[in-house]
Write a protein that binds this ligand. Structure first.
Ligand code: ZN
Length: 255
């Protein structure tokens, strides 16, 4: 799926000489993508989060001018997915292993000479770890890493925006638009994670009272949100917008 524009910026495709000149550019920035392999409901592939990262990177590479010094490190695709344990298709490592992998890659990228490192995370389950890890790295080394975490579109209805956290309208639309050959839209369903729980304030996410949930507690199919509202048309629009926002962020990190 790698486009030629992305391949031009992909570090594993470079020789040592090319790497030296890439890292030596002023304010050279490298993106470290982090995805996941985990169940995404009956209609999406288990590589959904990693595929979304790759789709966004392809769009970013096509949008940037050739002289812009932005490069892409190999992705970390197996990450912290313990909330999806018990479903076939979920691969994971312990959060300490993921943290060690990120530390290792970041230390080397900086040793090669890249001025800025930005993590592009496309799996929500990694966020608590990433926030605390990046702060630890800052305190230990003085290095301030950047965290890019694309947000869902605001035109989805309020319930989907809050609780459509996994395989719902947003992720399904992106995949229908970009990799329809991997999707089974006829199997899409709607599962609401705020339904059937005790009390008005107890919710798995976005609430003052939460609990340590796993996907099995909340959704028999693995979907969290309404995938039946997804469309390729929305996905095309939302992909373009996410790419533009990310390109804007990347440029602001280099000024
Ligand atoms: Zn996902």
């Amino acid at each position: 799926m790698k486009s030629s524009a992305l391949r031009e910026r992909y570090l594993p495709a470079m020789t040592e000489t090319q790497l030296r000149s890439a890292a030596g550019q002023e304010k050279a920035l490298v993106i470290l993508p982090i995805g996941a392999i985990e169940q995404h409901g009956p209609h999406l592939p288990v590589g959904t989060d990693s595929l979304i990262g790759e789709i966004l990177l392809r769009g970013i590479a096509e949008e940037l001018a050739p002289e812009e010094a932005v490069y892409v490190a190999p992705s970390i695709v197996v990450s912290k997915s313990n909330e999806h344990t018990g479903f076939p298709g979920t691969l994971m490592v312990h959060r300490d292993v993921l943290a060690a992998c990120i530390r290792g890659s970041v230390a080397q990228l900086e040793a090669w000479g890249f001025a800025e490192v930005a993590i592009l995370n496309t799996h929500g389950g990694n966020l608590p770890l990433l926030r605390s890890l990046l702060r630890e790295i800052r305190i230990e080394t003085g290095e301030s890493l950047h965290l890019l975490n694309p947000f869902p579109p605001t035109e989805m209805d309020a319930r989907e925006q809050t609780f459509g956290i996994h395989g719902g309208e947003y992720e399904s639309s992106i995949l229908y638009a970009q990799v329809p050959e991997f999707c089974k839209p006829e199997r899409a369903d709607a599962q609401w994670i705020d339904a059937g729980l005790e009390g008005p304030d107890l919710r798995p996410e976005s609430s003052p009272a939460t609990f340590a949930w796993t996907a099995r507690d909340l959704s028999p199919s693995g979907t969290m949100g309404d995938a039946t509202r997804a469309s390729a048309e929305k996905g095309g629009l939302w992909t373009r917008r996410a790419v533009q926002e990310l390109v804007h962020e990347l440029r602001s990190l280099q000024t």
